[in-house]
Design a binder for this molecule. Structure first.
Ligand code: NDP
Length: 330
């Protein structure tokens, strides 16, 4: 098996040299184990947190040990009666080509008619996160005006479409022009945060949605959060999903200068971690899965080819190089 390790806990933006490709001979399968040939690897922003050496809601990666992450693959050997050779599964032993693990750690892919890698994106953890954040955390209602940051990414690109289907004005914040175009082609008003300070972004958002927002789906932090606070209506709700602008910061950033807007506008701001909501994954699939299969909900992917490119794919998330889900195809 070939797999990636990190050789240190990075400060600031990780360097490519942090990641080393290693090779190890796998032992024979023990009773209950399966061997999987990974076909798709997921790279996700939360992995940066696992590289900090500190336990948060999840353990840090161990220096020198194989990195972990969501992956899809095919069973190539099985000593678990529930899984047969050829079965397609999802599991957490990513960042490697061949995975070997207890069979109960590998979950057969659901049977909705979508490409298998969709279970790492729109119908996987990021999709479930978008659905939960909007419906359960922000309690989005029909006709709500909704603002989403990192709006053309894995989570954001589903969030904007789910919000749009509820009938209000939906505005997405993103960086590069092709991402703004992707949003606009899906009926979403798109605003770039590039080269804009809080005041300028606030004005651009007000121009896109003069009545103000009922919901802000927060993926970024920093200037996006400050501008959002300036444009929420009385009683607005903020679902704090992520704050990617801060993940590589060497010093903690000062809080939003206009946090008083929470008070003035009687806003509610609530963070969430998707693992706490996983019992609802079946309901999410039932509701969103058929809409994806029918093409009513679109999703984009940015694909890097080959195991060697996994760290590059991961690092590119922080450059905004992906439209939709960032994936590695093996
Ligand atoms: P994305 O596919 O959205 O990729 C990350 C995107 O973030 C980039 O493409 C880039 O897009 C944007 N970005 C990166 N750096 C910055 C920056 N400094 N300022 C503004 N935008 C930036 O990733 P995901 O959809 O997987 O994740 C989105 C967010 O959701 C992350 O914050 C992640 O941590 C969070 N998350 C939280 C979960 C939870 O349980 N709470 C679960 C899953 C994800 P752009 O071109 O717009 O700059």
């Amino acid at each position: 098996s070939r797999y990636f390790i990190i050789n240190d806990f990075p400060q600031g933006t990780p360097e490519r040299e942090l990641f080393e490709l290693q090779e190890a001979e796998l032992s024979d399968l023990a009773e209950g184990e399966v061997r999987i040939r990974n076909t798709w690897l997921s790279v996700d922003p939360y992995m940066r947190g696992r590289m900090s050496g500190v336990k948060t809601y999840i353990d840090p990666f161990v220096i020198g040990e194989p990195l972990e992450g969501a992956a899809v693959g095919e069973v190539i050997e099985s000593r678990d009666s529930r899984l047969a050779v050829g079965d397609k599964v999802r599991h957490m032993a990513g960042w490697r080509d061949i995975a070997q693990l207890a069979g109960d750690q590998a979950e057969p892919l659901p049977s909705i008619d979508v490409p298998e890698q969709a279970y790492l994106g729109v119908l996987g953890m990021p999709g479930m996160t978008a659905w939960t954040g909007l419906n359960r955390i922000a309690e989005m209602r029909d006709g709500d005006n909704v603002l989403v940051s990192a709006a053309s990414g894995a989570v954001g690109s589903l969030a904007v479409q789910l919000a749009k289907a509820k009938g209000g004005t939906v505005v997405g914040i993103a960086g590069a022009s092709e991402k703004l175009e992707w949003l606009e082609s899906h009926g979403i008003k798109a605003v770039s945060y590039r080269d804009r300070d809080t005041q300028q972004l606030t004005e651009a958002l007000k121009a896109a949605c003069p009545e103000g927002f009922d919901v802000y789906y927060e993926n970024v932090g920093g200037v996006c959060l400050e501008a959002a606070l300036n444009t929420l209506r009385t009683g607005g709700r903020i679902a704090v999903c992520g704050m990617i602008a801060h993940y590589n910061a060497e010093q903690p950033a000062p809080g939003p200068s206009n946090l008083a807007m929470l008070l003035i506008q009687r806003l509610r701001m609530q963070g969430f971690i998707i693992f706490d909501h996983w019992a609802d994954y079946g309901r999410f699939l039932e509701e969103v899965g058929p809409r994806v299969a029918k093409g009513e909900i679109d999703y984009a992917e940015t694909v890097e080819e080959g195991l060697e490119r996994t760290p590059d794919a991961f690092l590119a998330l922080f450059e905004g190089a992906n439209t939709g889900k960032m994936l590695v195809r093996l």
